[in-house]
Every structure is written in C-alpha cells, then in structure tokens.
Design a protein around this ligand. Structure first.
Ligand code: SF4
Length: 306
C-alpha cells in the first residue's frame, strides 16, 4: 500500500542513505520570553524538562554532551551518524560570536554531520541567517521554528509574545539559503475549533517548510498552564486520542503534499504530565493510529490541498 503521508524516517533514509540520529544538546541558552526582553515566565505550556534527555546539561560542554549521546545510542546502532540538536530554549538567542563558537564546537565532533537548531520566530535576524547559511554550504543544517498556532489570539493565550506575522517574516529571512526549514504546531489549544486546525494546515502550507512536527496540547507540571488548569479545568477541552487522530488525519488532507511529518505527537515524561493521559501510548503508536485511520478512510496527505 502506498504511503498516506510523508514520513521522516523515509526522508532520512533517502537523504543520507543510512541511519542518522539527533543528539540533543543544552547549550545554556535562555529565551526572550523568559528573560524579560519579550516577556517573563515563558509560554504558558513550557517546561523545558519535558524534552531534555538525561545526558543533556548546560553544565557540560557541547562535546561532552555529544560524546554521552553517542555512548547512549551507539550500542543500538553502531554505524550511524549524528546531528547535533540544539533543542533547549531559544538556540539562536545570543551574539553571533557565541553562536558561532557553539555551532563550530558541535560540528568539530567526528561523528556529527550537521546541525538542527530550534528557535522562536522573533529570534531570527538576517545576520543569524547569514551565519547559519555558511554552515549549510558544507553540512546538513536545519532550523525548526516554533509556530504553535497561526492565530494571534491563540499566541496571546499561550503568552508566546510574538505574532503569526513574525513567523512569516522569519521564514522569509531563512528561505532560499539551502537551510532545511521545519516548524512545530500545537493541536488542541483552548478556543481553537476543528475548522481552525484545518486552516492551520492551509496557512503553514504557504510557508517554505520541509518538515512539520505536531504536538497535542499537554498540561505539564511546573507551568503557568498547570496553574490555570488547577483553578478551572473546564476551560480546557483536552482531546481524546481518537479525536486527535481524526483531527490530524483531516489536517494532513489539507497540508501541502510534499511536507515531511517529523512527529505526530509529544510524549512527555509521565511524572510531569498532568493531562491528557492517553494510556501511556508511545509516539510511534499514535503515528500508527493516524496511518490506519487514514488508510481506512482512503485519506492521503494533500488530498484537499489547493
Ligand atoms: S516554549 Fe520556547 S519560546 Fe516559549 S518560553 Fe519555552 S523556551 Fe521560550
């Protein structure tokens, strides 16, 4: 049966011809939405502990973290290559000099063949894009932008402290530079309807993205959203697995057919997750549910893309 969506694993196989694994590094960045430049306290859902693996720590050098990451993954797949994944906080938010030193250090590791840089739309300038473009001349370099929503009212609700127009501007700066561009989007923000979710697919299809990561909205301990949820859980209509799978299926039908889906859901550590609890389903199990749902309904990615 032909694929009903573009999978990331297939993209990696076709691009590199071998297994390539991302290793997360925490380079000790902060974020303009935490240090007071744009806001304080951060986005209402944000707790960076949810995606920092055990070997990442801003107390260690980049090389140390990469070595520990390689030692963690190598017993499983000996021959694979690695991408240094600058994941925690806002990984373009510093001086050009410091960014260059950190990216250079990552690429000096003998097993690292490229960079994945996660950031916010308002932390991209032409100068930063010029720097990243230099690395992209000789390495695989990807920049992931946290879009989260294409609706300004949702961005306000999440205290993102940027607008969707700033997202469009960031991609304008980054496009046509041989940098692989990706985005994150949250599905299930309070106040967004099923029509809004499909409209997100229409809007992000206009961006020059190659990859997309989808996350279900999760209430995580230690966040502003966790406090709001405790005070008034009725304000949150959290999605069931089945609702989520249906929404994602419909979303994919409206999405540009060439976009690669890097992730369908997020798997937060269960000790940090307040809700929704989906019975401990792993990301690959959600992906399989989406695949089966689409196959059953004869859906495919881009079917309704205009
Ligand atoms: S989600 Fe990203 S932009 Fe928002 S507070 Fe956390 S690190 Fe900053």
């Amino acid at each position: 049966m032909s694929e009903v969506f573009n999978s990331y694993s297939k993209y990696i196989r076709e691009t590199f011809g071998e297994r390539v694994q991302k290793i997360s590094v925490d380079a000790g960045f902060t974020c303009p939405n935490r240090d007071g430049t744009k806001g304080r306290g951060g986005c209402t859902y944000c707790n960076n502990d949810t995606f920092n693996p055990i070997y990442t720590s801003s107390q260690k050098t980049i090389i140390q973290q990469l070595n520990e990451g390689v030692a963690f993954f190598e017993p499983k797949y000996k021959a694979q290559k690695y991408l240094a994944y600058f994941q925690a906080y806002t990984n373009t938010y510093d001086s050009i000099k410091r960014l260059k030193a950190l990216y250079d250090e990552a690429l000096s590791h003998p097993k690292v063949i490229g960079l994945v840089i996660s950031t916010r739309p308002d932390a991209i300038t032409r100068e930063i894009a010029d720097l990243i473009e230099e690395y992209a001349k000789s390495h695989f370099v990807s920049v992931e932008i946290g879009i989260e929503s294409t609706l300004d009212r949702s961005l306000n609700l999440l205290n993102r402290c940027h607008t969707y127009n700033e997202t469009i501007d960031a991609f304008e700066i980054l496009k046509n530079r041989n940098i692989h561009l990706g985005a994150h989007l949250i599905i299930g923000i309070p106040g967004e309807s099923k029509t809004d979710f499909t409209e997100h697919a229409v809007q992000v299809s206009k961006l020059p993205i190659e990859f997309l990561k989808l996350h279900q909205l999760q209430i995580i301990k230690g966040t502003a959203m966790a406090k709001s949820y405790k005070n008034n859980s009725n304000a949150f209509e959290l999605l069931s697995v089945n609702d989520y799978v249906e929404i994602v299926g419909e979303f994919l039908r409206h999405l540009r057919p060439d976009v690669v889906i890097e992730r369908f859901s997020s798997e937060s550590p269960k000790e940090l997750l307040i809700a929704p609890f989906w019975g401990g389903l792993k990301n690959f199990e959600i992906t399989e549910k989406v695949r089966k749902y689409m196959q059953f309904n004869a859906y495919c990615q881009g079917q309704l893309f205009k």
